[in-house]
Design a binder for this molecule. Structure first.
Ligand code: MN
Length: 445
């Protein structure tokens, strides 16, 4: 993406947010909203270290500033006002914004302390959003309007429809992460590096510190990939016979996240060959599901389709040895694919606004139950895994005899497969794959 376009896209983004906020304020009878940037949180009551700041997403929706105890005042018909805390400290200095183009779009007031904000908040009925419940009281502005559900619900919902600025940031976050995935693919092919070293290589290739990644990198060799969120990296050299690597890792750009998973295979032999078919099958399914993500389709239908295709793949690889009736197929596919097909993506890796209704009972981990609509950005991430206790349950259940358990036992050494891309749903052309921007928009179908 041409990053020179960002300032113009950002200006339009702020104007669009102002347009979207005004009816919400009118509906809720608010004169203004104050968005707090976030508080530093102590790691423990028993020492003096803080967690790295995760800015309040409602604040970050307006500007890519990653500093604690700032606030943005949004009022109808007024330029948003940034109350920027500027303290003098020789201990710490906040990180510089990656790119700074927000000054022209905001009124900026520098304050020594966030508690000095009171004179800068317009009179009347004010709504607040922030991560520190005591703030509403401390500011003396009415604790009843702090993070109240009607306001948060409305603001979360308007984060679902991404502006062109947000899509550009999400695309750039994907481009940054791609370098890390490529580095690990190459390192795995040629070396026996421990998971920890692979994780550090990823950080280096994407030029991120661990605390800056959108979520803790998942770097899993061999059977570790059967733990869906494997983050306790092995520190010893991988055995030479390890044949698989699953990497689920993203990057952030101006607060926006990418979330990408790849599974790599090396080596030869019958097990590697079967696993290779599994990886190819999951990847082909993943691309079919991406192409099928069309406007007006309930996302849960895609998730159900993924389960049907998981059974097809398991039959092709001969893990499932006989035809299954639909009820049996639902049980078997859920043992091998026990998570949701995807989730909305934005300022948070598991972004808000696409799970307003609960999924069906047998899809308990599905985080996207929305009707697919233009402007949404979400992941498509099917997988097939050999999780020990899920395999044990399946083996002991009525569907046990339909499975080739010696093949499952052999493949379990390689853990599992997941392939994940980030999709943007365009208004007219269909899905745009932000992770593989070379694919035609619309998925070619
Ligand atoms: Mn994901």
């Amino acid at each position: 993406m041409d990053l020179d376009l960002l300032p113009d896209l950002y200006r339009d983004h702020v104007a669009e947010l102002q347009r979207r906020y005004e009816p919400i304020l009118a509906e809720l009878g608010l004169d203004a909203v104050v968005l707090h940037s976030g508080s530093l949180k102590k790691r423990s009551e028993f020492d003096d270290q803080d967690w790295p700041l995760r800015p309040t997403p409602h604040f970050q929706h307006w500007l890519p500033l990653k500093e604690a105890d700032c606030a943005l005042v949004v009022a109808p018909g007024k330029k948003p006002k940034l109350l920027w805390r500027k303290t003098q400290s020789y201990w710490e200095r906040p990180a510089e914004p990656e790119q700074r183009y927000f000054d022209a779009c905001l009124d900026i007031e520098e304050l020594p302390q966030i508690d000095d904000l009171r004179p800068h908040v317009p009179p009347g009925r004010i709504g607040f959003v922030g991560d520190e419940p005591a703030l509403g009281v401390r500011w003396g502005l009415g604790a009843d309007r702090y993070n109240y559900a009607h306001l948060i619900g409305r603001l979360d919902r308007l984060r679902v429809h991404k502006t062109p600025y947000e899509v550009a940031c999400l695309a750039e976050a994907n481009r940054l992460a791609a370098a890390g995935h490529e580095a690990l693919r190459a390192a795995f092919r040629t070396g026996d590096l421990p998971e920890l070293t692979l994780h550090l290589r990823y950080l280096e290739a994407t030029r991120q510190d661990d605390s800056e990644t959108p979520y803790k990198n998942i770097v899993a060799l061999g059977h570790n990939a059967a733990t869906l969120h494997h983050i306790h990296y092995g520190k010893r050299a991988a055995p030479k016979d390890v044949q698989s690597l699953l990497v689920d890792a993203g990057a952030t750009f101006q607060g926006y996240a990418s979330d990408i998973t790849r599974t790599w295979l090396r080596g030869t032999g019958a097990t590697a060959s079967a696993f290779g078919h599994l990886v190819a099958g999951v990847e082909a399914m993943q691309l079919r599901l991406c192409a099928a993500a069309k406007v007006d389709l309930p996302y849960e239908e895609l998730h159900e389709e993924a389960h049907r295709q998981v059974i097809d793949i398991l039959q092709e690889v001969r893990i499932v040895r006989q035809p299954l009736d639909p009820d049996a197929a639902r049980v078997v596919s859920r043992a091998f694919f026990p998570h949701g097909l995807g989730h909305s993506l934005g300022l948070q890796c598991h972004d808000v606004g696409c799970a307003l209704v609960k999924p069906r009972l047998d899809n308990p981990y599905l985080r996207n139950t929305s009707i697919i609509a233009p402007g949404q950005v979400f992941t498509i991430e099917p997988g097939i895994y050999f999780v020990d206790f899920l395999m044990d349950q399946l083996r002991q259940g009525p569907q046990g005899p339909s499975i080739d358990w010696s093949l499952v036992t052999a493949l379990a050494e390689l853990g599992g497969v997941r392939i994940e891309d980030d999709l943007h749903i365009t208004a007219h052309a269909g899905p745009e794959n932000l992770t593989r921007p070379w694919l035609p928009v619309g998925g070619g179908s």
